[in-house]
Ligand binder design. Sequence first.
Ligand SMILES: [Zn+2]
Ligand SMILES: [Zn+2]
Ligand SMILES: [Zn+2]
Ligand SMILES: [Zn+2]
Length: 242
Amino acid sequence: MEKFDSEKLRGILEGLPQDVIEYVRMVAEKSQSKEDFLRMIFVGDCPKCNSRNSVQCDEVIGIDNPTLGLCVDCGFVWCLECGAQLDPDHWPEKEIRCGHWEICDACEWIQPHLGTCQIPPWECGKILKWLNENNLLSYVSEGKCANVCAWCERKIPEDSEVYGLGVKIKKEGQLRGKEGQVISWPLVKLNRVIPATVTSANSWAKRAGNDLMFMTCSKKCADALKNAIKREGAFVDRIIPN
Ligand SMILES: [Zn+2]
Ligand SMILES: [Zn+2]
Ligand SMILES: [Zn+2]
Ligand SMILES: [Zn+2]
């Protein structure tokens, strides 16, 4: 299968934020085919088991919903619009549709001629409240481990320096009971989940105000990650470089 050609890539990338450009380049390097590249850009790996065997649900007979990602290996489903990590318990009865659509259907700011309110789901306060109340953004990862760079995914050798990035989030309630564990934190704008450690109550990291810690392998990766998290915005209260 043909590789994604870099000339074409350059055209697409023009004008995008630096961390997005870096991420797309990284994906282009890692992907094994054009299909794999598109899968990584539009769907990402499974938040639950980190399998690369994921598809967009418009390719799935019986679901046919392009706004959902599905893991072919473990059956996990997640929303590509708002980042919700959907346990089967959260699926509505009749069709597999993310619960955020109900909030959008009832939105008081719908512009009649457009049919939507034009606020991206990830930036909508009502949807964020729903995500938070239902604990839909912090699945305990079964795949990625803590000694992998959260940005470039390379293994960080044991004796080398680690560049940490701490984040205080606006609603830490959803992290309760996950202290000390590695969760899959969504970067919704990149269709990507990355490993984050939930700080435990008595750790220095928590005392310094961090709810989540991201580990990276270099200053470069830490900077790219910081910019990506900044652009996600909504859930992040402040970013604390270490
Ligand atoms: Zn999976
Ligand atoms: Zn959703
Ligand atoms: Zn709305
Ligand atoms: Zn790295």
